[in-house]
Design a protein around this ligand. Sequence first.
Ligand code: C5P
Length: 139
Amino acid sequence: MPEERARPVENTGEVVAAAIIVDGRLLLAQRTRPPELAGLWELPGGKAEAGESAEDALRRELREELGVEVSGGDRIGDDVPLPDGRVLRAYRVQLVSGTPAALDHAELRWVDERELGEIDLVGNDRGWVPDLRLHLNGR
Ligand code: C5P
């Protein structure tokens, strides 16, 4: 009988994260879960659904998490492979309407370049800091 080995279920697809920059400040959101990430700060976003484009996923996630409408979606920084097989990608988006509210996070903060270097980001987002700095400098 051939040896049967349990294979981990590999998820495919993308997790999108949004860089919203207004007046030289970047919006960061403080996670509430899971326990090991609670209290750390991230670019808001989440998992794209099957068949959903990155831009549509950004629009849906930011409506759900922040109560705002956004547009656009130019890539920022490198792909971040996640342990579950998904890939995390950051996008620069424009705020179209609404004022961001922490509907799914503990708190929101607008950070300038100096504060971005000092705040405790989730590990996955740290590699984007140099690119985010360029955007905060008005590139
Ligand atoms: O927010 P949510 O839990 O749906 O995100 C899905 C996965 O993407 C999680 O593993 C989360 O840690 C990761 N993520 C991240 N950085 C972000 C957004 C999500 O590491 N800015």
